[in-house]
Design a protein around this ligand. Structure first.
Ligand code: AVI
Length: 319
């Protein structure tokens, strides 16, 4: 037991068998699709970290710049002594930009990757000896309850990175509804949301010149082969990402280079040349559009902060 971090084992991640069933259901759907959660094995997480450093991928550096510049203003609106709960805390990098200004009563990192969670919350506790640090190993997209024994009276969830954009708007609304049910009146949500913008900026962000996003997308095939024992030609597909203006979303696809089949879990999934597997949506919102969606889920918009070029927005919403 780590003396610096209080660990809460919320629920085990999904079993490999049910993940495989979910994959197969998507691969046999029409059109073929897979959930973006399948990107994130160890290599996928490393590639995502590398995407965040690409010059074309503006969301990470823009959100961090907003947090840095607005930390004092954010603290004024959110208030001190909250129970700060980061959903999908990963490396807990962004929250560091807020901790001194926000001075929460405690911090809870929630993540699905156990080792990563333990490592990063431990580092956070070492660097902030005044802070009570908790870690919950959980899939926050599934129903959960806050663990017992968190200091502070007012929970404030922190959900940066525009990860909310990887849900459909309907999923985002029901996710926010579930979150609202976990917050008492006065509880809050600080959420980073990517903004609708010029398509050239969006297309470039998901087609970086170094090919890191392509490698991230194609890594799904390696994962199918290594983790789910699929027979799949790793060089048989190409990366495609484009902005779908009608639906305000980036779509990522893996396009089959020729007629071929993937064999997985005893099934054969045929692809024609040019047929695509839809691997991710990344929805973009206007400030008003996101406020409306959050309003339908039971949140009141309180404040928002954006950058000079209106690339990205951080909203503070209250129950
Ligand atoms: C994690 N998520 C917010 C990223 C996004 O921009 O939708 C994932 C990503 N996909 C390709 N590049 C980055």
């Amino acid at each position: 037991m780590d003396p610096l971090v209080r660990f809460h084992d919320q629920h085990p991640p999904e079993a490999a068998g049910s993940l495989c069933e979910e994959l197969l259901a998507g691969l046999t759907a029409s059109p073929k699709c897979t959930s973006p959660k399948f990107f994130y094995d160890r290599r996928g997480s490393e590639l995502f970290d590398a995407i965040c450093l690409q010059p074309e991928y503006y969301p990470t550096r823009t959100e961090e710049a907003i947090l840095r510049a607005a930390a004092a203003d954010i603290a004024e609106v959110v208030g001190r002594d909250a129970t700060l709960i980061e959903l999908g805390s990963g490396a807990s990098r962004k929250v560091r930009l807020l901790l001194e200004a926000l001075h929460p009563a405690c911090y809870l990192g929630v993540d699905i990757s156990r080792d990563f969670l333990l490592e990063s919350t431990r580092c956070l506790a070492v660097d902030h000896p005044w802070l009570e640090v908790h870690a919950a190993w959980a899939d926050f997209t599934r129903p959960m309850a806050w663990p017992e024994g968190l200091a502070g009276e007012r929970p404030v969830a922190f959900f940066p990175g525009s990860s909310i954009g990887n849900f459909t708007p309907e999923e985002a609304e029901s996710f926010l509804e579930g979150l609202a049910a976990l917050l008492p009146p006065g509880g809050g949500l600080l959420v980073g949301v990517d903004l609708i913008k010029d398509r050239a900026i969006l297309d470039a962000a998901y087609n970086d010149a170094a090919g890191v996003t392509a490698a991230f997308n194609l890594n799904l095939l390696r994962r199918l082969r290594h983790e789910f024992e699929a027979e799949v030609e790793l060089d048989g597909f190409r990366h495609r990402a484009f902005y779908n203006e009608a639906d305000s979303r980036i779509e990522m696809h893996l396009v089959s280079l020729h007629d071929q089949a993937i064999r997985i879990a005893g099934e054969r999934v045929d692809f024609e040349a040019g047929e695509s597997l839809h691997t991710e949506n990344s929805y973009k919102y206007s400030i008003a559009g996101f406020r409306e969606l959050a309003g339908r889920a039971g949140f009141e918009p309180r404040a928002h902060w954006t950058d000079r070029d209106s690339l990205f927005c951080i909203h503070y919403l209250e129950r």
